[in-house]
Design a protein around this ligand. Structure first.
Ligand code: SAH
Length: 365
């Protein structure tokens, strides 16, 4: 048994074809001796027509499709649960991935268009104390195709075009940097869904080296920083990542991002009663936001049972917002979408995981 080796074949994973950029697909097809237009044709089936299998690519010969099936993995998500808010039509989807893991995504309808909030990882290892997504740790990164698939599946399920994408679901997107970048380029590629980069937001808990690296990519996306506290001491208490990077380093990275891209940063600030919602906190936030001309999103914390935080009363959130406004900082109280469905990030997935465990494993996916 000691010298038993896994068979070679088991280690050979099929290429995930929907994660290939158009250029990579061109190279792949050229290497197979296919005609030049084949890559563009397939890319359109996958990223514009959003087909869910090779079989649906009806302009390709059956023999070619069969050959593709033997060479490539084709990801497609299965919706295993959907919740719809009676208040505002927000829909939350729980999708099964091909390995049985599940991720959640949210569809929100606004006057200016439809927005999708996607997950970037299965679980998360950042450990923010108020967040449900991190309670079970990180399972794995999502591939570019699995991030795209969340947008594609929701487009198909709702029958409506998605105009905005926010990477604010489960996971730390900058902890999955390379896959995130491929995803962002493909999502906004004119040969795909061609979502405007200005309509894409990536939210980070503040991984400084990756924020700086992202600045260099010269994308026109919005970077949102989950700040949540205005002193290092307080931030460390609620976000372990603050032990690695100080607020000063964070602000310098934000400044650099703005200088490189011309895009203003948004601060995310979730308010928990008695934790970060005092007048002093508000003034601290003013001091940080002012030099960067940041917009601030105020979010009354979504209580997660295991975390023990209580949300700040709306009247106090308004008072907090008033302090910002008086000091010329734009602060929006995030309209709570889908308040009647499992609100907080990662709660639907968590609920489903314990439910699945109760019925013996995750075969239900
Ligand atoms: N890892 C990324 C993106 C995922 S979370 C980040 O940290 O930004 C998206 C946003 O929701 C973050 O601002 C996060 O701090 C916030 N969040 C997580 N759990 C929350 C909760 N229970 N209540 C309010 N905001 C929460």
């Amino acid at each position: 048994m000691a010298d038993w080796k896994k068979p070679e074949a088991a280690n050979v994973e099929k290429t995930d074809i929907k994660s290939l950029t158009l250029q990579e697909l061109r190279e792949e097809m050229a290497a197979r001796g296919e005609r030049a237009f084949r890559a563009a044709q397939m890319y359109e089936w996958m990223h514009v027509k959003l087909v869910r299998s090779f079989d649906e690519m009806t302009s390709l010969s059956k023999a070619f499709r069969e050959d593709c099936k033997s060479r490539y993995a084709y990801t497609a998500l299965q919706a295993v649960q959907t919740q719809e808010s009676k208040l505002d039509g927000t829909r939350k989807f729980l999708f099964a991935l091909s390995d049985g893991n599940v991720v959640e995504s949210v569809w929100m309808k606004y006057k200016h268009g439809n927005s999708v909030c996607i997950s970037s990882q299965v679980g998360c290892r950042m450990g923010c104390r108020f967040c449900a997504s991190t309670l079970g740790g990180l399972e794995r990164n999502l591939t570019p195709s699995e991030m795209l698939d969340q947008v594609y599946a929701i487009t198909l399920l709702t029958g409506e075009r998605v105009s905005n994408v926010v990477v604010m679901g489960t996971g730390e997107p900058l902890d999955n940097y390379c896959n995130l970048l491929v995803f962002l380029r493909m999502l906004t590629d004119e040969n795909g869904l061609h979502i405007s980069q200005r309509n894409v937001t990536v939210s980070t808990c503040g991984l400084v080296p990756e924020m700086r690296r992202l600045a260099g990519e010269k994308l026109q996306i919005t970077l949102a920083l989950s700040l949540h506290a205005v002193t290092d001491e307080k931030r460390r208490r609620i976000m372990p990542v603050a032990n690695r990077f100080s607020i000063r380093e964070l602000m310098e990275a934000c400044e650099y991002y703005f200088a490189q891209t011309g895009r203003r940063i948004t601060f995310e600030y979730s308010l928990a009663a008695g934790v970060n919602d005092s007048e002093e906190d508000a003034m601290g936030l003013v001091r940080l936001a002012k030099p960067l001309h940041c917009h601030v999103n105020l979010i009354p914390i979504n209580p997660v049972k295991e975390c023990g935080f209580t949300r700040t009363q709306l009247s106090q959130v308004r008072a907090f917002q008033n302090i910002l406004e008086k000091n010329e900082i734009n602060g929006t109280i995030r309209r709570e979408m889908g308040r009647d469905i499992d609100g907080a990030c990662g709660q639907l997935r968590r609920k489903s995981m314990s439910g699945l465990r109760d019925i013996g494993g995750n075969e239900a996916c």
